[in-house]
Design a protein around this ligand. Sequence first.
Ligand SMILES: *[C@@H]1O[C@H](CO)[C@@H](O)[C@H](O)[C@H]1NC(C)=O
Ligand SMILES: *[C@@H]1O[C@H](CO)[C@@H](O)[C@H](O)[C@H]1NC(C)=O
Ligand SMILES: *[C@@H]1O[C@H](CO)[C@@H](O)[C@H](O)[C@H]1NC(C)=O
Ligand SMILES: *[C@@H]1O[C@H](CO)[C@@H](O)[C@H](O)[C@H]1NC(C)=O
Ligand SMILES: *[C@@H]1O[C@H](CO)[C@@H](O)[C@H](O)[C@H]1NC(C)=O
Ligand SMILES: *[C@@H]1O[C@H](CO)[C@@H](O)[C@H](O)[C@H]1NC(C)=O
Ligand SMILES: *[C@@H]1O[C@H](CO)[C@@H](O)[C@H](O)[C@H]1NC(C)=O
Ligand SMILES: *[C@@H]1O[C@H](CO)[C@@H](O)[C@H](O)[C@H]1NC(C)=O
Ligand SMILES: *[C@@H]1O[C@H](CO)[C@@H](O)[C@H](O)[C@H]1NC(C)=O
Length: 874
Amino acid sequence: MKVTTRFLLATAVVWIDASTSRSAPLASNAVHEQSFQLPADAGSGLYARVTTPLSAGAPPSDAELKPHTDATNLTQYVNIFVGTEANDDPGDVFAGASVPYGMAKATINVEGYAPAGYVWPSDKPTRGVSPLHDSGTGSSSGSYGNFCIMPILCADNELDACTTLLEPRERMRRNGTDHGRPGYFTTTLDNGIRIELTSTRRSTLEKYTFPAAEMRRAKSNPHLVLDWTNDSPGTFRGGEMKADWQQGRLTMNGTWLSSFGPGDFRYQAFQCVDLLFQGKQRLSAHAFFGGNRRGYDTKRQDLDHWVRVAQQIGQYQAGALVRFDVDREAKEDVTIMVRRGVSFASAENACRNMEAEVGDWDFDATVASSEAAWEDKLRRIELSAATPDYIQRLFYTSMYRTFLSPNNATGDSPFATDSPYFDGMYCTWDTFRTLFPFLSLTSPHEFGEIVETYIDGWRKEGWLPECRANQVKGFVQGANHGVPVLADFAVKYAKAASSLGVDTDELYRAMQHDIDVPWPQWEYEGRQAAPYQLYGYIPFGYLDPASVGEQTREASRSLEYAFGDFTAAMTAQALGKPVEDVQRYAMASLNYSLNFDHGTMSDGFKTFVQRRRANGTFVPSDPTFCSPLDNNSSHACSLQAENDFGVYESSSWEYSFYAPHDRAGLVELMGGNATFEKRLDHFFSKGYFAPGNEPSFDTPTLYHVLGKPYRSVRRVREVVDTYFSLKPGGIPGNDDNAAMASLLGFYLLGFYPTPGTKELLILSPFMPGYTLHNPVLGKATVNVVGYDERSIGKTIPQGVKAFVSEVRIDGKRHTSRCRLSFDDLFPGTPEGERKVEIVLTEQEMEGCGDTDGDWPMSLSTGGFLDLKGTRRPS
Ligand SMILES: *[C@@H]1O[C@H](CO)[C@@H](O)[C@H](O)[C@H]1NC(C)=O
Ligand SMILES: *[C@@H]1O[C@H](CO)[C@@H](O)[C@H](O)[C@H]1NC(C)=O
Ligand SMILES: *[C@@H]1O[C@H](CO)[C@@H](O)[C@H](O)[C@H]1NC(C)=O
Ligand SMILES: *[C@@H]1O[C@H](CO)[C@@H](O)[C@H](O)[C@H]1NC(C)=O
Ligand SMILES: *[C@@H]1O[C@H](CO)[C@@H](O)[C@H](O)[C@H]1NC(C)=O
Ligand SMILES: *[C@@H]1O[C@H](CO)[C@@H](O)[C@H](O)[C@H]1NC(C)=O
Ligand SMILES: *[C@@H]1O[C@H](CO)[C@@H](O)[C@H](O)[C@H]1NC(C)=O
Ligand SMILES: *[C@@H]1O[C@H](CO)[C@@H](O)[C@H](O)[C@H]1NC(C)=O
Ligand SMILES: *[C@@H]1O[C@H](CO)[C@@H](O)[C@H](O)[C@H]1NC(C)=O
């Protein structure tokens, strides 16, 4: 998902113009404790960066210069701030305290454009600390951000002098005080108050340290504002707040609007806050407050219960205010501890969650156990100790984010269920391509739980979720992509499925239902199935009485439906379903070609995806619309009715390369190898490639299908070097729940997946070797024979080994140098071990191997499925 204004959606919430937060150039003394801060002039290529002595900028610490020897501490390589810069293509990454899949994601909320709460640089004021966030989603006014706690001082301890409302209470933070690592975050406000956060799955521990000098100067005790009504987008629709002042416990709840859905999709959130730190802290005053942006700010000390409905005009702010009883004249700074729990089910759950998870209020122990949980995830891929430090950091920083979301809300779901429940799966259009295939390498248990959440969505609400966010369904983006997610699990883990908690018969039923049955409201889930089945594509200008939805995205949805059909065929085959099912879905998937108009020309190339009428005629638009080169800012590129060129959040230039199941067929459709290669080159050189947009993920590796794997390797090196780094702006667009992180993860490991299949295109690893640990399929050790660090920059110098000449599996020559199967990688048993050698050469070797089977698979040339005699319609 993108967030330039053309991609913004008109929903019930107010959208903030992303372009108002321009980026400042990266200061070399910036932020990040754990990060490898490179001087801006450290050379252009990665190789240069890796070898340039760190003279300029921040002095490197010892840890940074030493080769890594302590293989058990991988969290040290994670920079939680990558992707937090508020620039023109922001990553919108969450930077704060979270455990893997944490439902509690604690960080500060800053003003302005900050969908995940935190942004870099620190040029916007902070409104408080919220325990609820998503990561990498593009909703421009943010997701969650509820229940901010803000530490403040009140002049002369006058309650009326306490600035409780959003704007008056905001403070800048001190530059250079943001630090963090997995499980821990800290920053300091400009008045010296230090914030430190850690968390468990559904709870947080928060430390607010008030400087003694500042308290004396203001003649103020420590105070906390506990915001009740404000979420980031400002959508409060009523709720309740209760205080037990004796116990120092507050419970709050409310109803808010989902961040990626229509105004009638609402969610509830609950929190429970403890303020007395097991009797070590005392309150000396308390109040409820209410006010508005016009300066009305009033407090009452006699209340302990408040039920309020949403206001129709304006935005009313409310919450609680507490003062802590401390000796202000003492010389020491005062640290106030806060414990809170959250839930999407009830206030009781929220209290129970924190009592169970942070019963002892032990901040350091909570940090340590969060770090251990992260270590456990990261250790599943062990990079060779000889891996360049920069690559270690890039890799583990990305791998960390692949476990940051979705949010594990099991036990706190809005509906009763015995299944695992994950929230913030937003959107599957983003994540099906690389996130789930990446998860499949090491984490079948986690993958199984998330798949079960999709299936449970079908059980409970009738359809596979596409963009479930804030515990409610969202908008469909490209199509119903729960299908390829289920398929990826089914083809790789069919045998182990039941031990992973997934019933494959149910999985298949849910999938078939999602594909075959027209959904009356395809904009929320499911498909516009009836006309698609009838025509083989979604016709434009067609009255469809079976499904309601805006007349948009016909061409790209058709391509995505077709790919979904293909993955259903793969699933049917993997699960031993009737061969007619395999045939039917496979045939349907080849209908993707019906969307290509041979009559459209652009830059001298013909054949582009276009809208098509039921009578077969095309309704063409300029294929450059909504590409990075499109200068017309009035073009609507997203879900809007005004998006009238048939393609979703992308250009026809970009989507016309999209047929991952039939790449060879696509080459033929576009006029053969030579034309295709020229067109692909033009796509990159002219600037149609959108590195931060998911439909572009496939394009750098399309050279494989031309038998030029070395060109894919060169292209991927260029993409990684140009668009990815460890800087706050180090990803080229929204991370989209780690879509971007998992793409980079694959590129660095030297593979590229086709979701819903076992196919892996072989690239060239950025490190000399690594081991994948899979608890179901065993251990895979990849060794890169002839690895040369000089190859990992933007361009591969002459004579440097970087291209694959041969692959050996357990010592035996694997005949292809372009592809292997997921099954080739893993031994298949938990105790098993497989050795894969990737042998490099400096020569650009043409072709993939000697036989058809060595080439990347394509459906219409006999790959993936046995479909003799089937033809792609022209
Ligand atoms: C891991 O490394 C980081 C950074 O050096 C350090 O802060 C942390 O304490 C280490 N963790 C363990 C468990 O050793
Ligand atoms: C911090 O740095 C930013 C620029 O990166 C600047 O705009 C801001 O004013 C600085 N804040 C403070 C509190 O000095
Ligand atoms: C929260 O909302 C529910 C209604 O869904 C209400 O019954 C409950 O008492 C509310 N209050 C708290 C503090 O949980
Ligand atoms: C999600 O939370 C449940 C309940 O604590 C736990 O059993 C499960 O392992 C968690 N799943 C993941 C993937 O972290
Ligand atoms: C493929 O498209 C044709 C129209 O060209 C249509 O008749 C057929 O039903 C489609 N195939 C499937 C399996 O949907
Ligand atoms: C298809 O339908 C459009 C719109 O009704 C019409 O303009 C066009 O002439 C038709 N083409 C054919 C070949 O029937
Ligand atoms: C956009 O504007 C630039 C500079 O004016 C021009 O070179 C380019 O061709 C334009 N692009 C499109 C797609 O119109
Ligand atoms: C820009 O796009 C809008 C909306 O499609 C269109 O009305 C307008 O004519 C376009 N402007 C130019 C200069 O092409
Ligand atoms: C394209 O290249 C592949 C691989 O070299 C070859 O098998 C195929 O026949 C070529 N196609 C055409 C149309 O030349």
